[in-house]
Design a protein around this ligand. Structure first.
Ligand code: ADP
Ligand code: MG
Ligand code: ZN
Length: 477
């Protein structure tokens, strides 16, 4: 029997506000333990939380960007459980009345567009962080993170493959980054994902029992964990067994998911409205104020790039991966108005170089002006495309302008026909055997001669001229 996977994702995104959600402690990462704390985020008796307006602003940005319906009145709720990283014994979250519901985004996998529903987005506070001391029965707790604002984004079970799950997560993260409300760093935990997955026979219209996967801290982990879990569930079903509803942990070293807790051990959180916080009322004015500050989002930008620059969808998708990269492309096109050429150089040259140098586009050692200068040198025939690659590498390592490098290294392309003919003559004299083979019909050897000429000129001869001159001179040799 053929099975299809049903996947729903829960994403926690840490918001980039300066202060925490219910107190004025700093959210700055990496401070000494417990230095960003106060009676409110430490859960001392008698304190009162005060909602940070920026948290609502940021959540509204995401809600609008994902086409959600915004609740005019929503509530905070207490989610009760005991754990040493949770000083109050409850987490302030939202339950029955979240700030936003019924949204969607579109993803594209292998050219196929898919609508993925967003069930809800709600605001909540983060917990502290436990630090376990190796080989000692001791754990330390750092409350700097307690009270840092999060939004949870819950998807509908609309995802069908691991590739779609990856595409959905990447798109969600791109939107958060475009909105500048989350840095999207999965390794540092500012963008976390729990994955729910079940199987059903292809064509069935009900869902099977799901498991929930945790502990994935990269996109690759999420995709690998899902792939493993789909295989595991399929094996269980084919053995005549039953998939149990449980939470499983991804073990990246062993490449397997292992049971963490079953349905029986699932928490009963005894949610109830937080009596310390008033219902949150959001009026049209507030929503419109936020809407008016939204930037152009990835989907719109991609579409505009395809239409106004005439570049392929693949290029547009890649170039709009981040706002900074898209800005880089547009700045370069303003200086050198051949979009596809610019795109090729960014995708091939710049991105590969940034990866090798472990730098972001903002830190690129080659500015947009310099890249445009290089492209003009190729365009006007001063250097060949091949030499341009050498110049580019030199621009990266020395930071010099392309003209300077071309001058200093004597890389100007040889377009002087007499000079090229001189070299061609020498090559033909040195390779008499190949010349007679060529004349006897081994036409493939033309490439060999071109190669020899390019070698002798250290790549500087204009390849088109070399070809022409060779074809003219060989018959007379
Ligand atoms: P919980 O709070 O227990 O995690 P939710 O109702 O918030 O439960 O759902 C969590 C996620 O599980 C959602 O993203 C939803 O789309 C997904 N989901 C629900 N049912 C299934 C299923 N049968 N198979 C796969 N995913 C599912
Ligand atoms: Mg869950
Ligand atoms: Zn505090």
């Amino acid at each position: 029997m053929n099975y299809e996977a049903i996947i729903g994702l829960e994403v926690h995104a840490q918001l980039l506000t300066r202060t925490k959600i219910f107190c004025s402690c700093s959210t700055e990462f990496g401070a000494p333990p417990n230095t960003h704390t106060c009676p409110v985020c430490l859960g001392m008796p008698g304190v009162l939380p005060a909602l940070n307006r920026k948290v609502v602003d940021y959540t509204l940005r995401m809600a609008l960007a994902t086409n959600c319906t915004i609740a005019r009145e929503c509530r905070f709720a207490r989610k009760n459980y005991f754990y040493p990283d949770l000083p109050k014994g409850y987490q302030i979250s939202q339950y029955e009345l979240p700030i936003a519901e019924h949204g969607h985004i579109f993803i594209a996998v292998n050219g196929k567009k898919n609508r993925i529903g967003i069930t809800r987005i709600h605001m909540e506070e983060d917990a502290g962080k436990l630090i376990h001391i190796p080989y000692r029965p001791v754990s330390l707790v750092d409350f700097n993170r307690a009270g840092v604002p999060l939004i949870e984004i819950v998807s509908e079970p609309d995802i069908r493959t691991t590739e779609e799950a990856g595409a959905y997560l990447r798109h969600l993260r791109a939107i958060l980054r475009y909105l500048e409300i989350c840095d999207g760093n999965m390794e540092e935990g500012s963008f976390r994902c729990d994955a729910n997955v079940s199987l059903r026979p292809v064509g069935a219209d009900t869902f099977g029992t799901r498991t929930e996967l945790k502990n994935m801290n990269s996109f690759k982990h999420v995709e690998n964990a899902l792939a493993h879990e789909i295989r595991r569930q399929q094996a269980v079903i084919e053995d005549g067994g039953e998939v149990l509803q449980e939470t499983r942990l991804w073990d990246p070293d062993k490449g397997v998911t292992v049971p963490m807790r079953g349905k029986e051990e699932a928490h009963d959180y005894r949610y109830f409205p937080d009596p310390d916080l008033l219902p949150l009322v959001i009026d049209d004015e507030w929503i419109e104020e936020i809407r008016s500050t939204l930037p152009e989002l990835p989907d719109d930008k991609r579409q505009r790039f395809i239409e106004t620059y005439g570049i392929p969808p693949y290029d547009a998708q890649l170039l709009t991966g981040s706002r900074a990269l898209a800005d880089y492309f547009e700045a370069c096109v303003r200086d050198f108005p051949e979009p596809k050429t610019v795109s090729n150089w960014i995708m091939g040259g710049i991105l590969a170089m940034l990866k090798a140098e472990n730098k972001t586009i903002q830190q690129s050692p080659v500015s947009t002006e310099r890249l445009a200068e290089l492209l003009r040198l190729i365009d006007s025939g001063v250097i060949s495309g091949k030499i341009a690659k050498i110049v580019f590498d030199e621009m990266v390592s020395s930071g010099k302008p392309p003209e300077t490098i071309v001058q200093e290294k004597g890389l100007v392309q040889i377009t002087d026909t007499d000079a090229i003919a001189e070299v061609v003559k020498q090559v033909l004299t040195d390779h008499a055997k190949e010349v007679s083979d060529y004349k006897a019909g081994k036409m493939k050897l033309l490439g060999f001669f071109v190669g020899q000429v390019m070698k002798a000129t250290r790549g500087k001869a204009n390849p088109k001229l070399v070809n022409e001159i060779l074809k003219k001179m060989i018959p007379d040799t």
